[in-house]
Design a protein around this ligand. Structure first.
Ligand SMILES: [Zn+2]
Ligand SMILES: [Zn+2]
Length: 667
């Protein structure tokens, strides 16, 4: 009897058997349409079998095996199986996620006719006359390029270099070497917004190569086409955000993960994978080199690079500017600030205006003010669905929840006592923008945050304005910190940074350091030296002292020492079980039952007490969490596998949902 085992996108940790009389071995890895319940579903054939554990009479026959595209390769299935195992997610959910939506639905994109311009222009050549000369590599860059291919096979390298040290040129040279051998290269970047820029640069550098992008912002058909081109081996270079790690590439010879520390490589819903970690597994599977690049590596990566597990490639020089920006601390303890800005920062802004240079004020909080309040009675704007405040947005006169998206008009008077003098408390980018417009009436002030750059198009337009010198003062969130060159920017002021020093999340200082280092790295180019002013009430904090010296390694070592003592990652491995329910009692009771069920199998694993999450209520659901920790990754993994079976068997009150997050980033 011919049976196919099918991975279907269902929250059940099992495969589904179907009769398939005409199935052959080469159908493994093909999509298949099968009857399920009252309808049809599309899944992926994972294996063929001759017998099923199901009684024969219960087996249904497949509706159709889709042979319209080449079967997905065994390596691709193995990658999905690894993710299913490691992240404790049903294989069908993984394969479904790893396919572009159009292919997932069992459809195919129409194949475009070859573009007319190919006939017009002659076949591309690497004619040196038409190519601008390659930039001269500095010794450290040259050493890094050589190291990537110095040894054959799998090895992980950390390319550690500040903004402007020439990491991208190293990537391009490495890709060049791969193309020369007829291989494919995969490059992951953290943000969709970064891909068009990078695509332009890569396409210009390799005019004869076929470059394909992959990110969730693309149109369905384009994404499916890119997937098929990579799968067929026609695309030599794949650029994309985290989901690009699942692109099938038969001749893959190199993986690059740029800004490897960036939290956006970790997906926070559904398949909670880390694209960086999956990329490392994939490089191991394919026995190829992988380069992780960053100015401020994650502490996990830095730890591996300093203890010899990864190879450290340092780019100490700054290729573009003569010097690093000067970082200065502005002690605000005894100063009366003007709308949050110190006299030193205001003077710095004025001097840049006088010289026709750009400044940036960095505040990682969008909106006008974090909350609207009624001082006489104590009312504050709260989200009715979440345990969070509604943020005041004056630009379009709304109150908004940044967690669930709930929004409402600004009340004319206090809903509780009728007082009409409601006051905004605290400060966001809109308020800073308003203050700067008033204070510097001749300046062109431009705000850049997720509200003003809500679409890729708006974002590109803002970038172009900045680049062309169409703005004098920029006000922005961390959106501005990532990978853009602003040739006229010479001053960065950071305000409100202290909040992250004492946050409950043990990764907050690591993120703050990375943000400040990145945002500071935007300033100072070529002949214009940069300056960074950090306003703080903790001028002697080691994090700021390390920033002044541009000494990431010192900061990282002190953080690693703290983590070693506390037993936090990378000195332990964690998983978080989260539950959401109508009441907190239900959520915590489920977690308590899960903890009890674990008692007999928790070998070498610590289970903490169930507690409410920091954002206790989201979208009217109460949320709790239970942290699991172990000094051994294999011990944690085998525990989780056994535990999942018990979790699926636990009784749950109606409306309760739970999920497991392996290597959680958010606490
Ligand atoms: Zn809300
Ligand atoms: Zn009131």
């Amino acid at each position: 009897m011919n049976i196919v085992r099918v991975a279907l996108d269902l929250p059940l940790p099992t495969l589904f058997d179907y009769l398939a009389p005409d199935a052959v071995e080469s159908d493994v890895g093909r999509r298949v349409t099968v009857p399920f319940g009252k309808g049809l579903r599309t899944g992926v054939i994972v294996e063929l079998a001759t017998a099923s554990e199901q009684p024969d009479a219960k087996l249904k026959e497949v509706a159709a095996i889709l042979r319209d595209m080449p079967a997905l390769p065994a390596e691709w299935l193995a990658l999905c199986e690894f993710c299913a195992r490691y992240y404790q997610t049903p294989l069908g959910e993984v394969t479904s996620f790893a396919l572009p939506p159009m292919l997932r639905r069992g459809k195919l994109p129409r194949i475009k006719k070859p573009a007319a311009k190919i006939a017009v222009s002659p076949a591309p050549t690497f004619d040196a006359v038409h190519q601008p000369p390659l930039p001269q590599l500095m010794p450290a860059q040259q050493a890094a390029v050589s190291a990537i291919f110095a040894t054959a096979g799998f090895h992980v390298m950390l390319l550690h270099g500040v903004t402007g040290s020439g990491k991208t040129e190293v990537y391009l040279r490495a890709i060049d070497a791969v193309l020369a051998r007829g291989g494919q290269a995969l490059m992951l970047v953290p943000e969709i917004a970064l891909t068009p820029q990078l695509e332009g640069r890569v396409a210009a550098r390799f005019p004869a190569a076929h470059v394909v992008c992959a990110n969730s912002g693309m149109a369905d058909a384009a994404r499916a086409r890119g997937f098929l081109e990579a799968h067929a081996g026609r695309a030599e270079i794949v650029l994309g955000t985290r989901l690009a790690v699942f692109m099938p590439m038969p001749r893959l010879q190199l993986i690059i993960v740029d800004e490897e520390h960036d939290a956006s490589f970790k997906q926070q819903e559904g398949l909670r994978y880390s694209a960086r970690d999956v990329a490392i597994w994939r490089a191991h599977q394919s026995d190829i080199p992988i380069v992780l690049g960053s100015a401020t590596p994650s502490l996990e990566t830095f730890h591996h690079a300093t203890t010899g597990r990864y190879q450290m490639l340092e780019l100490p020089e700054r290729a573009v500017a003569d010097a690093m920006p000067v970082v200065r601390i502005v002690d605000t303890r005894r100063e009366k600030l003007q709308e949050g800005l110190s006299a030193a920062l205001l003077a710095g802004l004025q001097s840049r205006l006088d010289r026709g240079e750009q400044s940036l004020v960095f505040l990682n909080r969008r909106g006008y003010a974090p909350v609207l309040a009624c001082p006489p009675c104590g009312w504050i704007s709260r989200c009715r669905r979440c345990a969070a405040n509604l943020v005041l947005h004056l630009a379009d006169k709304r109150l908004r929840c940044h967690h669930c998206g709930f929004e409402t008009a600004i009340p004319r008077a206090c809903p509780d006592c009728g007082n009409v003098d409601l006051l905004p408390f605290g400060r966001g980018t809109q308020r800073l923008e308003a203050m700067l417009v008033e204070r510097f009436p001749a300046a062109r002030v431009l705000r850049i945050d997720r509200d003003s750059a809500s679409t890729p198009k708006k974002w590109q337009a803002l970038l172009a304005t900045i680049h062309d010198g169409g703005a004098d003062i920029l006000v922005g969130t961390q959106m501005l910190a990532k990978g853009h060159d602003f040739p006229l920017l010479t001053l960065v002021g950071a305000v409100g940074a202290d909040a992250a020093l004492f946050a409950a999340d043990f990764r907050a200082p690591e993120r703050l350091f990375a943000q400040l280092m990145q945002v500071g790295g935007r300033s100072g180019r070529a002949d214009l030296p940069g300056e960074v002013l950090i306003q703080t009430e903790y001028p002697d904090h080691p994090l700021y002292r390390a920033l002044i010296d541009h000494d990431y390694a010192r900061f990282a070592q002190s953080q690693l020492d703290e983590r070693r003592i506390a037993g936090f990652p990378p000195f332990s491995f964690q998983a978080m079980l989260r539950a959401e329910a109508r009441t907190m009692e239900q959520a915590l009771a489920f977690l308590a039952a899960a903890r009890k069920a674990a008692a007999a199998i928790a070998d070498g694993v610590t289970l903490y007490d169930p507690v409410p999450m920091r954002l206790q209520r989201l979208m009217t659901l109460e949320r709790g969490q239970l942290l699991v920790e172990s000094p051994s990754r294999p011990a944690l993994q085998s525990f989780l596998t056994a535990w999942m079976e018990q979790l699926y068997a636990l009784k749950m009150p109606g409306g309760l949902r739970w999920h497991l997050d392996v290597d959680p980033l958010e606490f």
